[in-house]
Design a protein around this ligand. Structure first.
Ligand code: NI
Ligand code: MN
Length: 233
């Protein structure tokens, strides 16, 4: 599988012959703009949305309309998009798993909040565990604080090859809690997100990297456009 960072918490993942876009926040993100990411060229098969905050779905409508991508999210968010004309959503809820044509998605708990941009209720915030038997398994945590529920993931999901965790602090875990999260999920290869986009989530990248390596773990702090080719372990 191949995974490309589009800034903030937005990732483009090619897996099982399909294209998945996570938490699109590109046109309002000055860093994505500076890196010349143009949403017109993004044609996913699926858009996965972890929760209702604008910094996770700002471009979902436009990209869904231009690509006919199916939105995978909680019922409240799928219905909110449906009302606006995005008719091809797939609703899931916490604890549920579904086999798609690229692999399975299991929706897992995130400890956060979720309100849609117009103030509507955004349902429960979530993370996703994506698994393809040949290509591997990863956890996209969404916006979340550290929670003991993360310990369930290695009990109920295939072994993780890597995980995408927020580390910017203030709204989500910071890097210290992300180290504990990586223990809970039994995965030592972490791709960071939700850092350095806004002043509130600016981090010292060296300090975070060193803390991870001291704990025997690898932390990737991706630049926009950086791609990772991941093989199943
Ligand atoms: Ni959020
Ligand atoms: Mn956020």
């Amino acid at each position: 599988m191949r995974i490309t960072y589009y800034g903030h918490a937005c990732f483009f993942v090619e897996i099982g012959g399909k294209k998945l876009l996570f938490d699109p926040f590109i046109s309002p993100n000055p860093k994505a703009q500076a890196a010349n990411i143009v949403i017109d060229n993004i044609e996913p098969d699926y858009i996965l949305i972890s929760h209702g905050h604008d910094d996770h779905l700002a471009d979902a409508f436009e990209i869904a309309m231009q690509s006919n991508a199916k939105i995978i999210s909680n019922p409240e968010i799928v219905k909110w998009f449906d009302k606006q004309g995005v008719k091809s959503g797939h609703e899931m809820n916490i604890g549920g798993k579904f086999l798609f044509d690229f692999g399975t998605v299991k929706m897992v708990k995130a400890v956060h909040s979720s309100m849609l941009p117009d103030g509507s209720y955004g349902g429960n915030p979530a993370g996703f565990v994506i698994s393809n038997e040949q290509e591997g398994t990863f956890y996209f945590a969404g916006d979340t604080g550290l929670t003991l529920d993360m310990q369930l993931i290695p009990m109920i999901c295939p072994r993780l090859d890597f995980a995408i965790l927020p580390i910017g602090d203030n709204y989500t875990m910071g890097y210290e809690d992300a180290i504990l999260a990586s223990n809970f999920i039994q995965c030592n290869t972490i791709i960071a997100c939700h850092f350095d986009t806004f002043p509130q989530i600016e981090i010292d990248q060296d300090v975070a990297k060193k803390a991870f390596s001291k704990a025997g773990k690898t932390l990737f702090l991706p630049e926009i456009w950086m791609s990772f080719n991941i093989k199943k372990k």
